[in-house]
Design a protein around this ligand. Structure first.
Ligand code: ATP
Length: 368
């Protein structure tokens, strides 16, 4: 990378509100670059998604994959539209293909409510909720989705695949993430599984335990069945620190995590591998509100902050580290002073009103 003077960001707006939240995000990222000349981002817009599939028969062109592979990071809106499906009934969702193509094994979904927002749970400990869900994103029940078998019109079978390599990688990632999270206490990584019923998930737990031993000087480890985890997401979510889990369990629990934040539109994510990373909000294309201005862009903007953190960690690049902190600070302040309340949360602010309020809170850059 040429002295990190410019970072090349591949941008997949995708479908539905993905396009809308992405354009707000790019507008805000350009403001970040204008206020700090040390930060330079070059965006390359790439087409993929259900709409592209309906026009061309291809959801994720190889050419777009090749270009994204050469980028420093990838931003992603949302993909999929319920009325555009493959012949077997599955939705066109190339984000799964992207995760597999780039081996983005760690789906990182932080659950930290924005301080200025009224907590969803009445318990006063809800203000302390701060955990990270790490979803194994390359295998599990979703990986063999093209191998589902139908026997006549009577039986349908899918395959849940768990490999030692992927569980080692995602568990190791979770422990490394946990080790850097607290300066005042030991971290805890919870393996969420269904090891009491499925041999594949008993194996997931066994491999997790082996990895946990290697990290025992830095973090504690425990286990929870996924049904108990769903209960505890509502009953005592402040007790979680880092969670690692199978692909589909992670998909479901991350929506529950978004509900703890206040809404799907608030939840960010990063799909991270050894060489590439994709940052996208947790929500889908939300065709019910597409084109209305009601899309909340906060999850997208917080995903961009995660991108800056990742780039900073990878390249030791201070302007990226500061951009992440400045962006999160501006979002927190905008909510704290009541400058913003998205329509999703009962307010009147459209996607562009929300972005404008955050840009106003960013203010001029103060060099550190
Ligand atoms: P997918 O399976 O592709 O993740 P989904 O079925 O979970 O998608 P979404 O498209 O995420 O569905 O939408 C679920 C609900 O949440 C919809 O009612 C939608 O309007 C709402 N929603 C999702 N994202 C946002 C957002 N950014 N702002 C406001 N509302 C949203």
């Amino acid at each position: 990378m040429p002295g990190l003077s410019s970072l090349h960001i591949a941008v997949f707006p995708g479908d539905g509100i993905g396009v809308e939240v992405m354009s707000e995000c790019i507008r805000l990222l350009n403001v970040l670059c204008e206020r700090d000349r040390r930060l330079s981002l070059v965006f390359e817009h790439l087409e993929a998604g259900a709409d592209l599939y309906s026009r061309t028969g291809t959801a994720l062109p190889d050419s777009a994959l090749d270009r994204a592979a050469r980028a420093d990071a990838i931003l992603f809106g949302a993909m999929g539209l319920p009325h555009i499906r493959y012949a077997d009934g599955r939705e066109v969702a190339p984000q799964l293909d992207l995760r597999e193509a780039f081996n983005l094994y760690a789906g990182v979904r932080p659950v930290r409510p924005i301080p200025g927002l009224k907590p969803v749970l009445a318990d006063e400990r809800a203000a302390r909720i701060d955990f990270v869900l790490v979803r194994e994103s390359t295998e599990g029940l979703f990986a063999r989705r093209q191998d589902g078998r139908m026997e006549g019109d009577r039986t349908a079978t899918d395959v849940l695949e768990v490999t030692r390599g992927a569980v080692e990688k995602v568990s190791d990632f979770a422990f490394r993430l946990a080790a850097g999270r607290h300066s005042d206490r030991r971290a805890t990584v919870t393996c969420v599984d269904k090891a009491n019923v499925l041999s594949s998930l008993a194996f997931f737990r066994k491999v997790f335990d082996e990895v946990a031993k290697r990290h025992s000087n830095a973090a504690d480890a425990n286990h929870m069945y996924v049904d108990a985890a769903a209960l505890n997401f509502v009953r005592r979510p402040w007790d979680f620190d880092v969670i690692v889990t199978e692909n589909m369990f992670g998909d479901i629990l991350s929506d529950l995590g978004a509900a703890l934040l206040g809404g799907l539109g608030l939840a960010p994510s990063g799909d991270i591998g050894d060489d590439h990373a994709v940052f996208q909000p947790c929500h889908g294309s939300a065709p019910d509100i597409m084109g209305t201005g009601k899309a909340n862009p906060i999850g997208m903007l917080l995903s961009a902050a995660m991108m800056f953190d990742w780039l900073a960690g990878r390249h030791g690049h201070d302007p990226c580290r500061e951009a992440a902190a400045d962006l999160r600070g501006a979002i927190d302040r905008a909510f704290e002073i009541g400058a913003v309340l998205p329509i999703e949360l009962g307010g009147t602010d459209t996607a562009s009103d929300v972005t404008n309020a955050i840009i106003a809170e960013l203010g001029p850059k103060r060099l550190r």
